[in-house]
Design a protein around this ligand. Structure first.
Ligand code: NAD
Ligand code: FES
Length: 280
């Protein structure tokens, strides 16, 4: 069993849990994910690692209930435990495995949308710990939905917060901030955009126009996370990849987001039915 050392509600619909999983904490790197299962019959849920503490042997996960299983996860309290907590899975972020001296030469821009702030955080933290301070844009619908602001502030070179309704920070979508920063004279060699699929699609259209190579995380289309169900098949240029074993990060300019979003929608009906059953 994997004990939850701390369970916390970050916003009205986003939860954070620090889970005791020493073997995962010992080996994981930013960009990788875990699969959590609440009990024997529970569904396997892939979640990107938000933080890890090798000394404490803990992993932090952040999630938003979007189906029956994640809604059940949200009922877990400090002291409860997951039946299974497997990882680290997937490939670590390239920035954390490439030649550090080469990465140091890059001007990096991270774009985090909503819950996607969670997988962005460990990458920015890792880079900061290795002497690289990246610019970070965090976008949320409203002020109340911004997560990890203090944590991100401590590790980002410059942090730009924006809300769709203008209730905090800059006003407008993350794509507007990308364009504004470039118009203000900022230059970037690489962008890493992680958030809802629609945000990643439009972030990529924006960075393509601005000629900034961009990496995205296809975590949202994963189902079982093991390479067996085939749900996370994604066309990357001419190649077919599996997000859970070949990714989750890919060259965003090569992804066909419309196909990927259709694939994601295919599971919505099943998720919705399971959620209704849970609430009956
Ligand atoms: P959200 O809908 O509140 O959007 C967050 C921000 O993304 C917005 O504030 C806006 O700045 C930007 N955005 C949204 N639509 C946009 C558009 N059309 N053009 C440009 N920018 C746009 O985000 P949320 O509700 O927190 O997101 C939940 C989703 O995040 C889930 O569906 C989940 O699949 C996804 N998610 C993705 C990852 C990943 O690894 N890619 C990780 C965690 C969660
Ligand atoms: Fe099932 Fe990748 S999530 S094959």
């Amino acid at each position: 069993m994997y004990k939850i050392r701390k369970a916390e509600k970050l916003t009205s619909n986003i939860y954070s849990m620090v889970v005791e999983a020493p073997r995962v904490a010992e080996h994981c790197l930013p960009g990788q994910f875990i699969i959590a299962k609440m009990d024997e019959e529970g569904e396997r849920i892939p979640l990107t690692i938000c933080d890890y503490d090798r000394e404490e042997g803990t992993i932090t996960i952040v999630f938003q209930p979007i189906g029956a299983s994640t809604e059940k996860f949200a009922t877990l309290k400090t002291g409860d435990a997951f039946e299974d907590f497997v990882g680290p899975l997937g490939r670590p972020s390239e920035l954390c495995t490439d030649d550090l001296e080469e990465v140091k030469k890059l001007k990096l821009l991270f774009v985090a949308g909503g819950v996607g702030t969670a997988p962005v955080y460990p990458q920015v933290k890792w880079l900061h710990e290795h002497g690289i301070d990246a610019d970070v844009i965090v976008g949320a619908k409203t002020k109340d939905l911004i997560i990890l602001e203090k944590e991100m502030e401590a590790v980002a070179g410059n942090l730009y917060i924006t809300t769709d309704d203008g209730s905090y920070g800059r006003s407008g979508l993350v794509t507007k901030v990308i364009e504004d920063l470039v118009a203000e004279g900022k230059q970037y060699d690489r962008c890493i955009a992680i958030g809802p699929m629609i945000m990643m699609k439009f972030a990529c259209l924006t960075t393509k126009k601005l000629n900034i190579p961009t990496i995205v995380s296809m975590n949202p289309i994963m189902v079982d996370g093991t390479g067996m169900c085939g749900a996370c098949r994604v066309a990357v240029g001419d190649e077919i990849k599996f997000a859970c074993v070949d990714g989750p990060e890919f060259d965003g300019h090569l992804i066909d987001f419309n196909v990927a979003m259709k694939r994601q929608a295919m599971y919505k009906t099943e998720e919705g039915q399971a959620l209704l059953k849970l609430r009956e």
